[in-house]
Ligand binder design. Structure first.
Ligand code: BDR
Ligand code: CA
Length: 307
């Protein structure tokens, strides 16, 4: 089989249990080369999300990958209170080592700007797993660098269903709706992976036990993370794997049904903030609206077990 050069990616993230699973999946895949991880406040505060990124890299023995601390608060409104959906230390209290490397001195946006300007245009993709504050700041302050992004693939929003923090609002867009508005309306190549899809990629206890039984370190750690996710809501029979769907889409877009929609983001009061509006005045976005859930889970398990 011909060797395919891995795609360079930056993961912008607020780990977060499902963020952590997405990061481990990206680390396990030979199709990605992770140039850096940029962090954002979201599931928990910025110091904890940044530390969690470093802990995951230390666990995976990937201390060659730098971590850059990003936004501590949304662009223009107070940050949300942590939801405490992600348990102890925002990552379910799983047994991870301390970071082996400190976060870099430069901020997430400073580094992203320099990195994008130094690499060939169109060759860097951003996988955005949290509130979109860092990406919006890059677009607003350094549009020439932002234009060089290959594409942004982001977990966020909801199209045809109810939200998870408001009637029509999903957490990542709701947490910083002004940032989401900047990113969606920027016209940059954008793939949105909303709740309509991520709710259908669900880990059961049986799936989790099989991951654990594989005996592979990354798969076992993902099993522990999902196990802790069950602990935060013991009555559930399965748990949605939101953020890993970004990596799964990049690995196997054929597993997803896509729609080209024109979208805008509500920046209204808390109850509707982050809601997506479909209409002619919106910007074009490629939106995943369906997925073969079992095939996506199978790909996740195979990729984790391969490393
Ligand atoms: C999103 O919100 C966060 O809690 C998860 O990490 C995911 O990015 C799901 O709505
Ligand atoms: Ca997240």
């Amino acid at each position: 089989m011909p060797h395919i050069k891995p795609r360079q990616i930056v993961i912008d993230t607020d780990p977060g249990i499902d963020d952590a699973i997405g990061i481990l999946l990206a680390l396990a895949s030979s199709e990605f080369s992770i140039a850096g991880i940029t962090t954002v406040a979201g599931n928990i505060g910025i110091d904890t999300t940044t530390r969690n990124a470093g802990r995951l890299l230390a666990f995976a023995g990937r201390n060659d990958i730098p971590v850059f601390k990003g936004a501590a608060a949304p662009l223009s409104r107070p940050g949300p209170e942590p939801l405490n959906l992600h348990g102890k230390e925002g990552i379910g209290g799983v047994d991870l080592p301390a970071p082996a490397r400190q976060p870099e001195g430069r901020s997430a946006v400073e580094w992203l700007t320099e990195f994008l300007l130094n690499e060939p245009a169109g060759t860097i993709d951003i996988f955005a797993l949290g509130p979109l504050t860092n990406i919006a700041r890059l677009i607003l302050d350094n549009p020439e660098a932002a234009k060089r992004i290959g594409r942004i693939i982001t977990m966020g929003g909801v199209i045809y269903e109810a939200g998870n923090v408001g009637p029509r609002s999903e957490f990542n867009l709701w947490a910083d709706p002004e940032a989401a508005d900047v990113v969606v309306s920027s016209g940059l190549p954008l793939v949105l992976v909303p709740l309509d899809v991520t709710r259908r990629v669900r880990a059961t206890r049986e799936f989790t036990a099989a991951l654990s039984a594989s005996g592979k370190p990354l798969a076992s750690m993902v099993a522990d993370l999902i196990g802790s996710y069950f602990e935060t809501s013991t009555h559930q029979e399965s748990r949605p794997l939101h953020d890993p769907c970004v990596m799964l889409f990049a690995l196997a877009p054929e597993l997803f049904r896509m729609e080209d929609l024109r979208l805008s983001v509500s920046t209204g009061p808390t109850g509707e903030a982050g809601a997506l509006i479909i209409g002619e005045t919106g910007a074009p976005v490629q939106v995943a609206t369906g997925v073969d859930g079992p095939a996506a889970l199978d790909l996740l398990a195979r990729t984790l077990a391969s490393s």
